[in-house]
Design a protein around this ligand. Structure first.
Ligand code: 5AD
Ligand code: SF4
Length: 478
């Protein structure tokens, strides 16, 4: 049955990391190019896509709550199609359809190219007007018969869960929502096997895009008026395509005419090489900012996480980066309560924080993910929840204290701020410095997208208040 999708409206709601946000933009682009109109509220949509994250259990609980809420809309409008995509869809697969039978589609991260055709199949075969006749599963997509609708006609559910070791979405247009800065995915999947992490199992092996495609996309972004890009990948700096390793690509992106700021995330510490640091130091467009996930400050824990570095080598990387780019702002990810982590090993992590003094830290309690190697560690090793919680709180206190001290010492600097949007406070605009610090300062919405020299005048600890100044921004203290 041929059905027009011309008038259909789609709403995409994304959870999780920047990679997922970028995938949400990709799905919107795919849907738009198939005639869908993208809307901002599920109430206005014919198709609701919940694009999910599986990194920790908490993320999944949130999504389950949200889809059951969306089922409220479906009770009013049974023809509403609800799709769940992304890492959690991949991880839970058909279980999700069983647990939440009102979901019509589960689709893993490699299925988005075919999203419109699967949606069309669902609409043709499901909903109220649906006939199952003429609707057949294609390729490897299993067709399941779903619950019976109110009218007695059967609804179908689809699951699209094959991981494709080649899919990197070459040739598809993203619908950019990010405003003044753009995310450019250059890599999908991950070849590491950190023992706590679900990513390699739900996103498959590392796949790198062709450098000329990446550069073409950056040029297009510049043509659309955007001058800040962030290159994205699960271990972005392990990117390699023929004789293009990451430092070469970074340099080429930084030299695209019209590009003013380049960031990249998330790098793996092991691939922070002298070549990369050289490019970061030499290319004026590459921002003085690096996210360097440490995960732990204890060698035994790092070993059991299979991070493949020691505290000493991690510190060497930090020293190398800082000696080449003294002004660099560093952030990190830390997990507490990894199975077997003793109190003194946790104290080593606190020591690492105090030694490095990160500008920002994203801190997590270990969350057991079925199917990951860490689940096979002896059960007696698992850290009690209240112990892990206490460690997390202590770590947050230490890292926030350090962050506040660093930021207080930066009051008086004049930094160039790229203005992103209005702040919640009336009359205030929000933007970011090259070092990725968030600054609120008086201004009006016309300046969104422009670069403004701002003096940092106060800090809340994590973010800054500032005032526009007449003199051009310099990097560093004035
Ligand atoms: N439990 C807790 N935190 C995790 N992360 C990844 N997997 C887990 C897990 N099972 C954290 C890591 C990673 C960040 C994106 O999420 O710190 O760098
Ligand atoms: Fe997960 Fe490790 Fe790959 Fe990062 S490098 S996505 S933490 S397995």
């Amino acid at each position: 049955m041929e059905m027009s999708t011309k008038s259909l409206r789609a709403y995409v709601e994304t959870y999780g990391c920047q990679m997922n946000i970028s995938d949400g933009e990709l799905m919107e682009g795919v849907l738009e190019s198939h005639g869908y109109r993208i809307v901002d509220r599920p109430e206005d949509a014919d198709v609701v896509i919940v694009n999910t994250c599986a990194i920790r259990e908490h993320a999944e609980q949130r999504v389950l709550g949200r889809v059951s809420q969306l089922n409220g809309l479906k009770l009013e409008r049974p023809e509403l199609v609800i799709g769940v995509t992304g890492c959690m869809a991949q991880r839970m697969g058909d279980d999700l359809l069983e647990r939440a039978p009102y979901i019509d589609l589960v689709m893993g991260p490699d299925g988005y190219r075919e999203l419109p055709s699967h949606l069309q199949r669902l609409r043709a075969g499901g909903g109220l007007q649906g006939e199952e006749e003429g609707v057949r599963p294609v390729g490897k997509v299993p067709l399941q018969s779903g619950p019976v609708s109110k009218t007695g006609k059967r609804r179908i559910q689809l699951s699209v869960l094959d991981l494709d070791p080649r899919e990197n979405y070459e040739g598809l247009e993203q619908r950019r929502r990010s405003g003044v800065a753009a995310w450019i995915p250059i890599q999908r999947g991950c070849d590491h096997r950190c023992t706590y992490c679900i990513v390699p199992y739900v996103r498959g092996p590392e796949k790198n895009r062709k450098p000329d495609e990446v550069l073409r996309e950056v040029e297009e972004v510049v043509r659309s008026g955007i001058s800040e890009v962030t290159l994205l990948g699960q271990t972005v700096n392990s990117y390699v395509h023929d004789d293009w390793a990451f430092p070469r690509l970074l340099r080429a992106v930084a030299r695209v005419p019209g590009i003013r700021r380049v960031r990249f995330t998330s790098p793996h510490p092991n691939d922070v090489t002298p070549e990369l640091v050289e490019v970061m130091a030499e290319e004026p467009a590459v921002c003085e900012q690096l996210h360097l996930p440490a995960q732990s400050g204890n060698d035994r824990t790092l070993k059991r996480m299979v991070r493949r570095y020691t505290v000493a080598t991690f510190l060497e990387k930090v020293a190398m980066v800082r000696s080449a780019i003294p002004d660099i702002s560093l952030s990190t990810d830390i997990i507490v309560g990894f199975p077997g982590e003793t109190d003194s090993e946790f104290r080593d992590t606190l020591d690492l924080m105090r030694t490095v003094r990160f500008d920002d830290a994203f801190t997590y309690k270990y969350s057991l993910r079925d199917g990951t190697p860490a689940t096979r560690l002896p059960e007696s090793d698992f850290v009690e929840l209240n112990v892990a919680q206490a460690r997390l709180e202590e770590l947050i206190e230490v890292s926030r204290g350090i962050q506040a001290e660093i930021n207080e010492s930066e009051i008086g600097r004049v930094d160039e701020v790229l203005v992103e949007r209005e702040a919640r406070d009336p009359g205030q605009m929000l933007g970011r410095t090259r070092r990725n610090k968030v600054v609120a300062f008086p201004g009006s919405p016309e300046i969104v997208g422009s670069y403004v020299p701002v003096e940092l005048t106060a800090t809340t600890g994590a973010t800054f208040r500032g005032e526009k100044v007449a003199i051009p921004a310099t990097v560093g203290r004035v």
